[in-house]
Design a binder for this molecule. Sequence first.
Ligand SMILES: *Cc1c(COP(=O)(O)O)cnc(C)c1O
Length: 356
Amino acid sequence: MINVTKTFFPPLDEYTKQLERIWKNKWLTNRGQLVFELEEKLKEYLGVSNILITNNGTIPLQIALKLLGNGGEIITTPFSYVATTAAIVWENCTPVFVDIHPEYLTIDESLIEAAITPKTTCILATHVFGNPCNVGEIDRIAKKYNLKVIYDAAHCFGVKYNGKSIFEYGDVSTCSFHATKLFHTGEGGAIFCKDKGLRHKIFYSHNFGHNGPLAFHGLGINAKISDLQAAMGLSVLPYLNKILTERKKVVDYYNNHLNLSKIQVLKIRENTNWNYSYYPVILESESTLLNVEEILNENQIFPRRYFYPSLNTIEYTNGQKMPISESIASRILCLPLYDCLNEATIFTICNHINKE
Ligand SMILES: *Cc1c(COP(=O)(O)O)cnc(C)c1O
């Protein structure tokens, strides 16, 4: 069975070597040695000035919204994973959707200003499939209206934009280290923030608000990662460059064998070093998509409709109309993409899609 992705498992003996360190330290969580070490290694690998690793990629969004959202209106994209919108609603803020660019699939920055009201506090945008938003223009708008910018960069491990890690953009950026993501710790994530004062608030917020064992800076939640998860990260990280090389081969194969005059593929923003994280194809219609899906499923190949549905249509949002996002969401299919996917399978997938 071929799924849309396949979790990378490092050699078991390398993982157990890391676990042996935990057994020796007798330290499982509350920022043990392995968590610190993973943070240092990630800083170096990603080229970022700061990182706080967390228990997943959703709580960091909630922490950012708790600290910056102020219960106000959050300008956001309807084309993302449900966690982006759910975090806004969960933090008692109101999502205000702005439609997406039809080729980059990120929020259409030219429509943002029209959606700003006196209640707007933040822009929360997703770098979709690792493709950066127009961060320069979003930054300009945010400064003009005194708004904060949060990027859901769950898909962006290793992405660089204008020569800099994509995590360095915005007031806060978040990432996911879920097992289905490019780099993983089983469950896990990270939060990035350049401002020292805000970073301090994020840090204590992620650990119940603690200021030492007996005092509190303020309200907090538990977003800590354990050393068991850090052990997985430390075992996966040495393989990242190899994983990226292998994924690039699969992407190149798709690019060379799909009939690109009939289907639309992701347009990567200029000046991006992309990470080969997903291979979405946008088909002519939803019925074409359903046909392709059925044929591939018959061949034991399971692509995924990602992202579907458009988030403005889910029941706890306000049902604004987002024609481009709704149209793309109904026609987009992420094809299998992982480091050891064989050519024969990719060939089969391309053949079936080209025939439709
Ligand atoms: C995976 C994902 C998340 C959530 O990350 P978790 O680690 O699963 O909590 C958030 N946003 C996007 C865009 C994602 O793809």
